[in-house]
Design a protein around this ligand. Structure first.
Ligand code: GDP
Length: 318
């Protein structure tokens, strides 16, 4: 299934579960040294003193074959002794921490305290699990996705997990992004890429923080590779999560045109689902079945995204 040696050096920008599906598909097609994932850390937070990086961990679990497919988050075969002990002591139980998941957070917290960087720790975990593609945190600086809602300003986890996305969102900001530098390797990966793909992650909550880092935005603007976004819209709806609800609350139609507008001026093309009208005529596009249930689906969408990028060659972005 692997592509010939001419496989393009590929960078993928991604959030958690939805994005990881495409990264797994790309990982089936590309040799590991040709694939770099730049991952959102705007959802990262400190909970019970532990440094938690949900999107990085989702990618680690997915690429290591340890993700819980049925549940849609966390680890396969997880046990919950810690949570039950925590609950018995009256501790907070709104954020689920499985025993295996906890091991990552404890190790990461200890390593950060000992002076290792988030990038180094992520690489350590990837090495321990024989993950070939590079997984790069978007930044080592603290960036926090904050949502202004009808229930006040909430950080991402309090909005997403504790309040189950119920509050109406008025605005989103990425605290710390303007001052943050790209993580180690991020600029170089973008500059050297022959294809850059934006995974069908939530454009506002997962990709938004990545694009809000000025050094990343500048690197993308200067990149020689075509930039292809895979739309998260399928059949006029987001496949899962709050994307469609959020778009409605922000006054944006749930459409490929809105996704293209959100990613302008970065993208060269949008990969849309065959069920939906394409984006506006101003942006190149291709259509494919982008719904990813099986591994074969993930490979099919990855192949379509790479093919769209290859078809654009070195043509300048609009
Ligand atoms: P999170 O960080 O776990 O919320 O996940 P992401 O932000 O990476 O992905 C959430 C987005 O992925 C949602 O907007 C979904 O519409 C989209 N998504 C999830 N599964 C699929 C799929 O199979 N196909 C497409 N096109 N989009 C998907």
């Amino acid at each position: 299934m692997t592509m010939p040696p001419a496989a393009p050096r590929t960078v993928v920008l991604t959030g958690g579960v939805g994005g990881a599906k495409l990264v797994l598909g790309l990982a089936q097609l590309l040799p590991p040294e040709k694939l770099t994932a730049i991952v959102n850390t705007g959802d990262d937070f400190i909970h019970l003193g532990l440094a938690i990086s949900p999107d990085i961990d989702t990618l680690l679990y997915t690429l290591a074959g340890k993700a819980n497919a049925a549940q849609g988050w966390g680890r396969e075969g997880e046990s919950w002794s810690f949570m039950s002990a925590l609950r018995g002591l009256g501790g907070p139980d709104w954020f689920q921490l499985g025993d295996g998941d906890l091991a990552l957070h404890v190790l990461r917290t200890a390593a950060l305290a000992a002076g290792r960087t988030l990038s180094q720790i992520t690489a350590d975990f990837a090495r321990a699990w024989n993950i070939g593609p590079a997984i790069l945190p978007m930044t080592g600086a603290r960036v926090a996705t904050m949502l202004a809602t009808d229930a006040g300003e909430l950080d991402f986890q309090h909005y997403f997990v504790a309040r189950r996305c119920a509050p109406v969102v008025r605005a989103i900001r990425f605290a710390g992004a303007a001052e943050a530098s790209p993580g180690p390797g991020v600029r170089a990966a973008i500059a050297q890429a022959e294809a850059i793909i934006i995974a069908p992650s939530n454009p506002y909550l997962s990709i938004g923080p990545i694009l809000a880092i000025p050094g990343i935005a500048a690197a993308l603007a200067a990149a020689r590779a075509p930039i292809v976004a895979v739309s998260p819209i399928v059949g006029g709806q987001a496949v899962k999560g709050p994307t469609a609800k959020l778009m409605a609350e922000l006054g944006v139609p749930v459409s490929n045109a809105a996704i293209a507008a959100q990613y302008r001026p970065f993208i060269s093309a949008l990969l849309c689902d065959t069920r939906d009208p394409p984006a506006d005529p101003g942006i190149a596009h291709a259509a494919a079945d982008t719904l990813m249930h099986t591994l074969e689906d993930r490979v099919r969408v990855a192949r379509a995204a790479l093919a769209l990028a290859a078809s654009l060659g070195k043509s300048p972005r609009p």
